[in-house]
Design a binder for this molecule. Structure first.
Ligand SMILES: [Zn+2]
Length: 75
């Protein structure tokens, strides 16, 4: 009785592994990135994303402040 699907076969062939979040290459599960280049790229992206999310937060709070002021005036 063979119930091994192609997924199991791939698992057997590759062992526990992850894919690089940057380039999608298969790599060992202990690593976070396949190479230093991808690591640098990821860190750069993360920095940019953090900056963007901070701007979005400020914008959101600004909107909330404006809404609050408008509500105050409406009452
Ligand atoms: Zn990579």
């Amino acid at each position: 009785m063979s119930q091994s699907s192609w997924k199991d076969q791939i698992k057997k062939k590759w062992g526990p592994h992850l894919h690089c979040p940057i380039c999608g290459k298969a790599m060992s599960a202990e690593k976070k990135f396949c190479s230093q280049t991808c690591r640098d790229q990821y860190l750069g992206k993360e920095k940019k994303q953090k900056k963007r999310s901070r701007i979005q937060m400020i914008f959101l709070f600004g909107m909330m402040g404006v809404m609050f002021i408008v509500m105050m005036f409406l009452n």
